[in-house]
Design a protein around this ligand. Sequence first.
Ligand code: MF3
Ligand code: CO
Ligand code: CO
Length: 279
Amino acid sequence: MVTYIEAGSAPYKNTGVIRLYAPEDFEGMRKACQVTARCLDELVSRVQPGVTTDEIDRFVFEFGMDNGALPATLNYRGYTKSSCTSINHVVCHGIPNDKPLREGDIVNIDVTYVVDGWHGDSSRMYPVGEIKRAAERLLDVTHESLMRGIAAVRPGARTGAIGEAIQTYAEAERCSVVRDFCGHGVGKLFHDAPNILHYGRANEGPELREGMIFTIEPMINLGRPHVKVLSDGWTAVTRDRSLSAQYEHTVGVTAEGCEIFTLSPAGLFKRGPNNVGAA
Ligand code: MF3
Ligand code: CO
Ligand code: CO
C-alpha cells in the first residue's frame, strides 16, 4: 500500500512513504535547483576538446562554494566527486578523471546541489566539438523523451504514465530505455520514494499528488538496453558498447501539472554555446 505524508512531519530518512511538500518547500527547491541549472549553463562553453572531466568537476565544486551550495554527491555512499561525467557508452555515474575530452564525444554532466537542505538534481548532455549525426539524433530523442515524460505529470495520473510516455516515444525512434536506473523522489533527501521508472504502463505505480517532488532522468541507448557496472563500483556502461544519453530535471507536482525547477535560466539546455537548434 502507498502512503503519503506531509513533508513537514516526516522522518528524515527514506521509509517508502511519499512526501507531499508545501508551497514554501517549493520555494526552497526553486533556489537549489536554479543554482544547479546555472552551473549546467556555465558548463556549456567550458566543455571543449582537451578539457578533462576532473577540471569540469573542480568547476562544479567551486561554483557550488561561490553560491552557498554543497555538491550532494561528495562522500555520498563512498563517491568522492562533485559531479558524474558519463561519456559515450557510459550510461551514468561516470567518475571524473584526468583524461581529456575528445572531439566527437558526448558527455552527460549530472550535478546535485544542496542549498538550505534542499536538493536540486539535474543533468544534460554536452557535445564535444562536432559530433556525428547518430549521436545528435540520440541527444534529440533523449531530450524529447524527458519532456514527454514531464508532460505526463499531473495529479491523479500514476507514475507509470511517465514511463509509458518515455518508452513509447523512445522505442518508436528505434532506441532503448535503460531499466537498471530510475528517477526518484527528491527534496529534503537526495534519493527518496517513489521510484520513477522510465518504462511501463500508465496504470502502474503510485498515484501522483500535488506537492510531490521527484526527478525524471531517462537513460536512452542507440543499441540494446542492458548495462553493466565496471569494477570501480560506479561506472555503468552499455553491454553492447552502444552510445547512451541522459537528461534529468527535478519537478514538483502542481494542481495543473508540474513545475520544472531545473529549467535553464539562459534557455541553454541541449546544444552548443549559441544554442543553435534549441527546441
Ligand atoms: N545525480 C545522480 C542522480 O541523478 C546520482 C548520483 S549518485 C553518485 O540521481 F554517487 F553517483 F554521485
Ligand atoms: Co537523480
Ligand atoms: Co542526477
